[in-house]
Ligand binder design. Sequence first.
Ligand code: UGA
Length: 453
Amino acid sequence: MQVTIIGAGYVGLTTGVTLAYLGHKVTLVDKNPAVISSLEQGKSPIYEYGMDVLLPKARRNISFTTSYAGIDGSRVILIAVGTPSKENGDADLGFLEDAVTQIAHSLSGTGYPVIVNKSTVPPGTASRVNTLVNNVLSGRGLSPGVNVASNPEFLREGSAFWDALYPDRIVVGAAEPSTRELLTELYQPIIEQNFTAPPSLPRPEGYNGPVLFTTNPLNAELIKYASNAFLAMKVSFVNEFAGLAELLNADIVEIAYGMGLDSRIGNKFLQAGVGWGGSCFGKDARAILYTAKKYGYSLPLVQGAIEVNNRQKKLVTSKIRSTLKTVPGSTIGIMGLAFKPGTDDCRETPATGLIAELLNMGAFIKVYDPMAMDNFQRLYPDLPVEYATDLADLADGCDALVLLTEWEQFKNADWPALRSLMKKNIFIDGRNLLDPRFMEQSGFVYRGVGRHV
Ligand code: UGA
């Protein structure tokens, strides 16, 4: 099937590469010429596990362009542009409206494609996009016959290809049976799992394909917000209990394990830590709160999830204060800048707030991340921090180390050797990654999250 994707960010690029790998003919449009020229040279502008294997394999079915000129023959146009937060929390639909307007101006009026929105957008957007595109067409003297659907994405950064090839569900929000059929055809290879799994992304044992759920566009838009808000709330819930567990001398890792054994609760997203970050949870929670407020309604659980998360982000500072005693003049090493492992994305990462606070308190900050240092430096060029070349360089001369991202590399480090390079021996494990007893045996004063050890 001929497919156009607008926006070569995390969602657009991974979706485009996946669809091309599955045999569709994909045109990926992005207004940023640097992104397009890098992709044309076979280089991905983002790190995503599996991209190095899938992009070359998808290459013969995918083309990259900054122009909307060639979109006319597409049967489906997927929009995957950013919807950042406005100051008031509302989602900024500027990029989406630009894209829709340009699409409407590029269609010739014969055999319209279906416009499918993948970006996370406020409820009711599909209907507004429908009005916008068809008004432009009418203004051009063409018949207003474009259908608009909502098909939210549930990809996690770092495992986006995994989620794209082996999703739990595909949600199609479309009013017309013809649109539902078209999107079912688009996802047929995934629904029936009739593709050769890449060796680095093998089909999970017992996996038989996703549930295809069709509903109307409004429900589909809300499924996305409700899902992200629920996951954020689940993490905030375990973090809230982590604080109590610590005061009671209990262990949140064991508590979460015990909770997760109940299949109604499940064991995922119960890992206590320094709080959730990333470009989605915060933005989406703020946007749905804004929508609710517009209708005179409130969402106290979502609001609470944000409040707990903000409190959680301050946790490390208080642990540093209580263990290190004098922060001014101390050297603190930050392990992990990405908002989670497996990605170089530093948007809304817990690291930024913490680093700013520690700098304010007069500490000298060194940082290290196996993947995200370039990105971090690009996003926060003015932060006065020293970028370490590896873990040993980071630990050298530090009074305290603070682990913020649970990279596998950190788990397997030679901790006794790293300890010997440090001035003092404080270790704050913001992700409960390491074994407390082992760390104490290695000579550290160890503090985790929600475990009094
Ligand atoms: C999230 C959702 O999981 C995806 O389904 C969704 O498609 C995506 O947002 C989006 O809307 O685009 P993502 O932001 O990539 O995906 O990352 P997650 O794996 O959900 O993690 C979010 C944050 O929660 C991270 O900072 C992570 O460290 C934190 N987290 C997660 C915890 O602190 N504890 C946990 O147990 C799980």
